[in-house]
Each structure stands twice: as structure tokens, then as C-alpha cells.
Design a protein around this ligand. Structure first.
Ligand code: MRU
Length: 363
């Protein structure tokens, strides 16, 4: 058995993460004691994938507070808010990022009240207890993410039949989470259950998360995988070579419209045309009740260089206009079901997603 991939974690007062920009060529782990370095790593895609971004932000916030030199609760809280703002400005689309920041803000309030800290509280001992509590909370969020993904895998595995060829887009694997993965969690769970499956991985231009990351993850565990370029997916479906499609998500609106890596929408439309079930595997932290429909979801636009250039190789003539949205929105009508840690959510999503969102508010 291969060792599980550890994407981002806390160790010895530092945040440790694998630099995903270097995969599959190099497996380099970065040890960071500066929260700004963790935020920069989210921005430059060293750490990417919605749940991994959320976990990295929680750990990064704990790191920022841990190294704050302030001597009163008021000053520590000011530092904490600066750190939270830094993370909130890294990437706009993944809901998990904001979910994690809001969770850490709530924990700050609750822990300072439980420790009976007042705004004029000073003395390192009292403040250290609060710092420790924030580290414990971030580490809990990190561990919980893996447990949630295993639960998603357990529910999703039931949808996969022995002999299925499953197509996936981008990387919703261990690398996109704290470990195990969401869409690849479903695939891993089916494989672990002894099902003879085979995966088609879309290469996922422009950043090639499918080619560099999904293919790497699956190969290292011996799960049969074939890499295709994005424009081949329709042809495979037409030939009857794909039985199921499972992808992840970056943000899910209240009506079920789902933002995921650019190209997901095309795959969903093709799936409908060929009557292939199209599943989204995602934790509840990706659902966003504040977004009524997909039109409300902010879509990140990234550097044109991602399209014109790859590792120093020029792919397009200088001066050409570039449009580089990192995500698209799949309308809910193309989605067969959501696979979450609380089970499957089927249409009508206007009702079913709303009732899940309600349970999240009260829990
Ligand atoms: O730009 P990225 O690599 O952070 O985008 C990630 C995705 O869109 C993935 O497809 C994924 O489904 C969301 S994370 C499980």
C-alpha cells in the first residue's frame, strides 16, 4: 500500500504543504512559518483545490496568530483580522476558503469568551492559550476534511458499478483536499471496495491539473487511468466508453448551479447529450446559501500567461487577446446528484439543497 498523500498540514509550529506547481516532476514539501507565504502559495496554485485552500487558510490563520508579537487581546485581534483579510483576498471562487475563515473568526470569538479574555487582557500566558486554541481548531478542520472525504467516498462508491469507466475533470483528489479527495475519493472508495474500474482523466487546460495531478495520484495507487485532452471527451462518450462522470466543485449555489474548473460545463452538456450520469462530489462547506443561483458566483480570471505559455515555452503569438476564466458554472439541470458527507442530494435541488443548507445553519 502506498502512503497517503499529505497535501497540507500542521507540524512543529509550521504549515507544511506539497508544492503542486512542481508535480509530477518533483515532490517538494515547503515548511512555512510565515502566514504570508501560505497565502501566496494559495494565490500561485502551489496549494489549490477548494477544500485544500480552506484547510490551508485555517492553518495559515493559526500560524499568523501564533507568531504575532502583540501583548493585548485588542492588538492580537487586530493582527488576526489582518491575517484573515490576507487569506480572503487570495482567490475568489472557492466557497471553502470563506467557510474556513468564518469558522476561525467564530472560534476566535468563542475561545476568547471561554477563556474570559477582556480587551485590556495582557500577559502572554492568557494570549498563548487563545493562540493554542486556534491551532487546535485549524488542525481539527484539517483532520475533519479527510474524514468528510472518506464519508463522501462511502456514499459515492455505491453509485459506481464493477467495470465502469469514469471520466473526471481537473483534480478533485487528495491534492485538492487535506487528503483522500472528493471526486477521486469516490473513485478511491470504489477501487478499495474491489470494483474493477477505469478512469479517464481530462488533462484540464490551461494549468493541466488533470494531467499533472490526477494522473499522478491515480498511477501512484495503481488505479487504472487513461489521460485524454479536454477536446476528446465527447468522442469517447459517443463511442460508449464512459459510464459515469464524477467531478468536484468550488462553489454550489442554493439552486444547485455549480462552479467548478473551466471545462466542467462542456463535460456536463456532453454527458446529458449521451445520457451519462453526471455527479458532483463535494463537502457541505462548498455549498453557499448566499448565492441564489450560479449567476451570483464570483468567477476568478487568471493571468493570461497560463494560456500563452507553459513552463517557459511560448504557445501563442505575442499580443494576442486572451480570456482566462478559471471556472465555469454548470446549471443544476445537468447534474444527476450531489455526493456529500451527509449522503446523496437529488433534484429538485431548489428544495433538496435548501433543506441541507437549513441543517447547516442550525448545526
Ligand atoms: O484552480 P483550482 O485547481 O484550485 O481548481 C480546482 C477545481 O476546480 C477542481 O476541479 C475541484 O473540483 C474543486 S476542488 C475539489
Amino acid at each position: 500500500m502506498t502512503d497517503p498523500i499529505r497535501t497540507v498540514y500542521w507540524d512543529n509550529d509550521a504549515v507544511v504543504f506539497i508544492d503542486q506547481r512542481l508535480l509530477p516532476g518533483e515532490e517538494t514539501y515547503v515548511i512555512s512559518r510565515d502566514y504570508r507565504q501560505v497565502a501566496a502559495a494559495i494565490k500561485d496554485l502551489s496549494i489549490r483545490g477548494a477544500p485544500a485552500i480552506g484547510v490551508a487558510a485555517a492553518l495559515g490563520i493559526a500560524l499568523g496568530v501564533r507568531h504575532s508579537q502583540t501583548a493585548s487581546l485588542t492588538a492580537l485581534q487586530a493582527d488576526f483580522e489582518i491575517v484573515c483579510t490576507t487569506f480572503s483576498q487570495t482567490r475568489p471562487t472557492a466557497r471553502n476558503l470563506f467557510w474556513a475563515i468564518e469558522g476561525m473568526q467564530q472560534h476566535f470569538r468563542e475561545a476568547s469568551a471561554a477563556l474570559r479574555l477582556r480587551h485590556d487582557t495582557d500577559g502572554q500566558e492568557a494570549l498563548n492559550s487563545l493562540k493554542k486554541s486556534l491551532i487546535t481548531e485549524a488542525v481539527r478542520i484539517c483532520g475533519e476534511d479527510i474524514a468528510i472525504n472518506r464519508q463522501i467516498g462511502a456514499y459515492g462508491e455505491a453509485l459506481i458499478a464493477d467495470g465502469d469507466n469514469i471520466l473526471t475533470h481537473c483534480n478533485a483528489g487528495a491534492l485538492a483536499t487535506a487528503g483522500y479527495g472528493t471526486a477521486l475519493g469516490v473513485i478511491r472508495a470504489a477501487w478499495e471496495a474491489g470494483k474493477g474500474i477505469h478512469v479517464y482523466a481530462d488533462e484540464t487546460r490551461p494549468v493541466l491539473q488533470g494531467a499533472r495531478l490526477t494522473a499522478w495520484e491515480l498511477l501512484r495507487e495503481g488505479i487504472p487511468v487513461t489521460l485524454i485532452t479536454d477536446n476528446m471527451a465527447g468522442f469517447l462518450m459517443k463511442q460508449g466508453k464512459v459510464q459515469k462522470i464524477v467531478v468536484g466543485a468550488d462553489r454550489i449555489a442554493a439552486n444547485g448551479d455549480t462552479a467548478n474548473k473551466i471545462g466542467t460545463y462542456s463535460v456536463a452538456v456532453l454527458a446529458r447529450a449521451h445520457k451519462i450520469p453526471f455527479y458532483i462530489a463535494a463537502p457541505l462547506a462548498t455549498f453557499d446559501g448566499a448565492m441564489k443561483t450560479g449567476r451570483d458566483i464570483p468567477i476568478e480570471e487568471r493571468d493570461p500567461e497560463e494560456v500563452t505559455c507553459y513552463q517557459g515555452i511560448i504557445l501563442a503569438p505575442g499580443g494576442v487577446n486572451i480570456y482566462n476564466p478559471a471556472f465555469d458554472v454548470t446549471p443544476h439541470r445537468y447534474i444527476t446528484a450531489f455526493v456529500t458527507e451527509q449522503g446523496l442530494i437529488y433534484p429538485p435541488f431548489g428544495k433538496t439543497v435548501a433543506s441541507v443548507l437549513k441543517t447547516m445553519k442550525t448545526s
